[in-house]
Design a protein around this ligand. Structure first.
Ligand code: AMP
Ligand code: ZN
Ligand code: FE
Ligand code: FE
Length: 290
């Protein structure tokens, strides 16, 4: 029997994926994934449904992807938007609960702002259409607006919506007040979790941090970096792998699956079993099993 695949980054309808948490677990099982991390943006709202849907032998790594800002590491340049994966933290930790609630509020308000800017320019979108498929308490994201634009026939795909209208810096882009990444690392760690820097060198999404920023975060408790990610070029994977080895960071791999909002399939990138073991070993927030 082939070893079960380990995919440590996936989204459900509780944020900007298109599979329900239970549907995501089923899709992962069908794709040969034996260990799946559910990492919705700024919420743990899908954990219970995903856990209840686990088939025998499959494991769920409870996680979330936190929206953060970070110094870029270059003199005189403004901060960059980054994502931090938190795994196996206590979801009831007061700082986590408060910050996730604040971030979801920021997400909602900024998406309303973006939608209203587009409507004012004559695009056939409105707030009701954008939020029509968002479950109660879920994290809103630009992909929700992108889908509304596809449904209205403005663009042909979610990717095209990002490329032409929703990219960071577009005239319709509205920023949100994210968490300083160092504070997020400390918060996840204080809640018994393990912090991993997500897609740190995904250059196609915009400006990225210098490696020195990751090294500084390692001193603040960062446990790992996502090395194998669909948006990482081969040379950047090599750079991150070397950085991880040099600074004792875990090197993970994951698909960042979003259902039909992105073309990447589950388990497109995976994590080595010994890396998962080391990650689970560090966590004291919740159990990795079941
Ligand atoms: P937001 O969280 O609202 O800022 O939206 C960013 C999210 O949109 C990211 O987490 C990605 O999942 C997704 N995204 C970013 N760029 C693209 C793209 N070019 N095509 C599809 N989805 C994207
Ligand atoms: Zn996303
Ligand atoms: Fe991300
Ligand atoms: Fe993600």
């Amino acid at each position: 029997m082939p070893a079960p695949l380990i995919d440590l980054h996936a989204h459900s309808t509780v944020s900007d994926g298109t599979d329900s948490p239970a549907g995501l677990v089923a899709a992962a099982a069908a794709a040969g994934v034996g260990v799946l991390a559910l990492t919705d943006h700024d919420t743990t709202g899908g954990w219970d449904e995903a856990a209840a849907a686990l088939p025998a032998g499959m494991r769920l790594v409870r996680g979330a992807e936190f929206s953060c800002t970070s110094p870029c590491g270059r003199e005189g340049e403004r901060d960059v938007s980054v994502h931090l994966l938190g795994y196996l933290f206590d979801p009831a930790h007061p700082a986590i609960v408060a910050e996730q609630e604040r971030l979801r509020g920021e997400r909602y308000a900024r998406l309303v702002g973006m939608t209203e800017r587009m409507a004012a320019d004559g695009y056939p979108v409105d707030v009701d259409a954008v939020f029509a498929h968002l479950p109660e308490g879920a994290s809103a994201g630009r992909p929700h607006l992108a889908r509304a634009l596809v449904a209205a026939g403005v663009v042909g795909s979610v990717d095209q919506a990002f490329a032409e209208l929703l990219f960071t810096g577009s005239r319709y882009y509205v920023p949100k007040a994210d968490t300083p990444v160092r504070a997020a690392v400390e918060m996840v760690t204080a809640a018994g979790g393990v912090a991993v820097f997500a897609h740190a060198l995904a250059r196609r999404r915009g400006r990225v941090v210098e490696p020195s920023v990751i090294v500084e975060l390692a001193a603040a408790g960062l446990a790992g970096v996502e090395v194998d990610h669909p948006d990482h070029a081969p040379e950047d994977r090599a750079l991150l792998r070397d950085l991880a080895a040099e600074h004792g960071l875990l090197a993970t791999g994951s698909s960042d699956y979003h259902g039909t909002n992105k073309t990447t399939p589950l388990a497109a990138e995976t994590t080595a079993p010994e890396v998962l073991d080391a990650l689970a070993e560090r966590a004291t927030g919740v159990d990795v099993l079941g």
